[in-house]
Design a protein around this ligand. Structure first.
Ligand code: FAD
Length: 358
């Protein structure tokens, strides 16, 4: 509950309406197939209805992100605490192992250290590594802070990719004083979480400053040149790039910013296009995003019955939430996975163990 109270920067991005999502793989890099089933069993609408019946109203923000209208994660916590009657809650009480003698156990201890409780249990674990972090950036493999960081605060719609791999992302990219952040960086950190961990968070990374085909960009720049022959390169820039970023990209391309557009030859044009579409840097480490992170890895879905989330090895042992090898990009998808998996486990327990409906 303490963690829930700080989700979404204290506003609790409780779920997502999934309306702009083309495929679940896009948002659940691990567990997409399973989430298809879980979302059919307990979709966001059922979750919201449950809370609405208890007086909570919701708002939807860009990207389909759903928050309580009160903008207060505490409201969600209070409603949950009020709803769980007849249950003893022990706070500040760490378990080192699971009790042997209970009828059923649900493990919801989250990712990372929460997995330690599983000890030597015969459960297949996919080793946990962090996901959802921002990138520290340098210009050379062993270099210091990248020159790009002088543009701190600049943001634009961009693409990010790791050369030689399939990992790429698109979205808002924010230049920070240490490197790259914003949805495009967080998504890439999620897609490539294991790859980056295996490479000690050191890797080449390519920024595509404009998400358009090369031909479109060439036509756009040639058009600017034809319309502004007597103006300096720095005074007219393509739409979508800020003046500050444009001046930086001119420098990256080895072009003088006071050169006239009429003087831009094919060599200069080629270099400019190349830098805009593939500007190369190095990831030299990772930084937490507003203390927000999730674990990639956990209890393997191959070791649980996917209809009940019960261990295949030990009857009565269930898993829900982040301890499972399911994780998502930001946007309310991680909490929705926790709600849906918890529902599946609760339903099984109610049906099988003849507990009271709750
Ligand atoms: C700062 C932050 C903000 C986030 N914001 C969002 C958001 O807005 N939207 C979203 O979708 N996702 C968000 N996430 C991710 C989301 O919080 C998690 O995916 C979600 O909380 C997972 O729920 P869970 O119940 O599985 O695990 P947790 O919420 O981590 O709960 C696990 C609980 O188990 C307890 N525990 C662990 N080990 C033991 C033990 N040995 N004995 C006893 N207790 C133990 C922990 O203390 C904790 O209370 C955020 C994550 C962070 C860190």
């Amino acid at each position: 509950m303490a963690k829930l109270a700080i989700t979404g920067g204290g506003r609790c991005n409780i779920s997502n309406n999934f309306e702009s999502i083309r495929s679940l793989e896009e948002v659940y890099p691990r567990g997409a197939n399973f989430m298809k089933r879980a979302l059919a069993e307990f979709p966001p609408e059922h979750l919201l209805d449950w809370f609405r019946k208890r007086g909570v109203e919701f708002i939807t923000e860009d990207g389909g992100r759903i928050f309580p209208a009160s903008q207060d994660a505490g409201e969600i916590v209070r409603v949950l605490l009020k709803a769980i009657t007849g249950v003893r809650i022990d706070c500040n009480c760490r378990l080192d192992s699971l009790p042997e003698d209970s009828g059923f156990i649900v493990v919801t201890t989250g990712g990372g250290k929460g997995m330690e409780i599983l000890g030597d249990l015969p459960v297949k674990i996919v080793p946990p590594v962090p996901s959802l972090f921002t990138f520290n950036l340098s210009d050379t493999p062993d270099g210091n802070r990248s020159s790009l960081c002088t543009l701190m605060g600049t943001s634009c719609e961009a693409g990010l990719s790791i050369p030689g791999t399939k990992f790429h992302s698109e979205g808002d990219l924010l230049v920070t004083d240490w490197g790259l952040s914003g949805p495009a960086a967080l998504r890439l950190s999620s897609y490539a979480a294991r790859h980056l961990a295996e490479h000690q968070y050191r890797s080449p990374v390519t920024v595509r400053w404009m998400n358009c085909p090369e031909e479109t960009l060439r036509t756009m720049i040639t058009g600017i040149k034809e319309r502004n022959p007597r103006k300096m390169l720095k005074s007219v820039h393509p739409e979508g790039l800020s003046a500050r970023l444009w001046e930086y990209l001119l420098k990256q391309s080895g072009l003088r910013d006071d050169m006239l557009w009429a003087e831009l030859g094919s060599k200069g044009l080629n270099k400019l296009v190349q830098v805009i579409l593939a500007d190369n840097y190095y990831i030299s480490g990772k930084t937490r995003f507003r203390d927000e992170f999730v674990s990639c890895g956990g209890v393997s879905l191959s070791s649980v019955n996917i209809k009940t989330l019960e261990s295949k090895e030990r009857e009565g042992l269930f898993f829900a939430g982040e301890i499972l090898d399911i994780d998502a990009v930001t946007g309310g998808f991680n909490l929705q996975a926790a709600w849906s998996t918890a529902y599946i486990v609760a339903k099984t327990i109610i049906n099988r163990y003849d507990t009271q409906d709750f």
